[in-house]
Design a protein around this ligand. Sequence first.
Ligand SMILES: Nc1ncnc2c1ncn2[C@@H]1O[C@H](COP(=O)(O)OP(=O)(O)O)[C@@H](O)[C@H]1O
Ligand SMILES: Cc1cn([C@H]2C[C@H](O)[C@@H](COP(=O)(O)OP(=O)(O)O)O2)c(=O)[nH]c1=O
Length: 270
Amino acid sequence: MAARGVFITFEGGDGSGKSTQIQSVRDWFESRGREVIVTREPGGTELGTEIRRLVQNGPEDVDARTEALLYAADRAYHVATVIAPALERGAVVLGDRYIDSSLAYQGAARSLGVDEIASLSAWATRGLYPSLTFLLDLPPEVGLHRHTDAPDRMERESMDFHERVRHEYLRLADAEPDRIVVIDAVGTIDEVFSEIRGVLVERFEGGSVTIDEADDAPLSAQEAPASSERPASLEAADKPREKSADKGSSRKPATMVGALGESQGALWDE
Ligand SMILES: Nc1ncnc2c1ncn2[C@@H]1O[C@H](COP(=O)(O)OP(=O)(O)O)[C@@H](O)[C@H]1O
Ligand SMILES: Cc1cn([C@H]2C[C@H](O)[C@@H](COP(=O)(O)OP(=O)(O)O)O2)c(=O)[nH]c1=O
């Protein structure tokens, strides 16, 4: 049986709880016998660790376009050397930030244009999109207060900047409700995971596709929609969002397929 992977990403403002929740999601999949890779951007590779240092604490005069290209370079190498090979062998890949971060931070908050950044990221990744994204949503001031270490370049940005990031994330979720599930990240760690677990059960345990049927299914990560197919994500910005719970019925069950294997730790030292 060919191995099929699952690519899930976690998005949200700084301090929204992505790294914390990823550990619980890793445990959830591992207890079901899956190989899990936990990785992050920027910095999911050795090269990426250098890029992370440069982009977060490097020269202050790095301009927005340079910053966008550094994140794109990190992502291209990350996909080619970590994410794609793991998916090929059937692992569950849990990504702490991915393309949506570039759309929200560089495309919207840095005003480079969401369309332009979407094209750049699609090119860098050869169109590899996650099949499921958890957007941990909370007011930026709450997330920024959770951090105890010294703020990096992005965390030093204005509250208005972080509000633009949040607004763009919510707009993307509004446009792609099947892929992006909004999670209220204000509650306790257990409360937030309970919401996430509900989605995992619905998508990976409630589906009607059996392992054998799913063998013919495509890799559980999706191709980037062509920019001409993304009108809603780019034009529905000011439409009021529905609560994610209202969209439950539109979610498609995902397949639970792939080889069982050994788990693997995070790829970086905290
Ligand atoms: N739901 C929560 N409520 C309160 N504190 C939290 C919650 N989730 C995470 N934290 C704490 O907030 C800080 C940032 O969490 P982290 O998971 O690193 O966020 P992110 O990866 O999104 O930056 C950590 O100290 C973590 O223990
Ligand atoms: C992947 C990515 C990250 N970023 C930013 C967002 C974060 O401020 C920073 C990553 O910092 P990190 O410490 O990993 O995130 P967090 O504070 O959420 O734990 O990089 C971008 O601006 N664009 C991107 O494409």
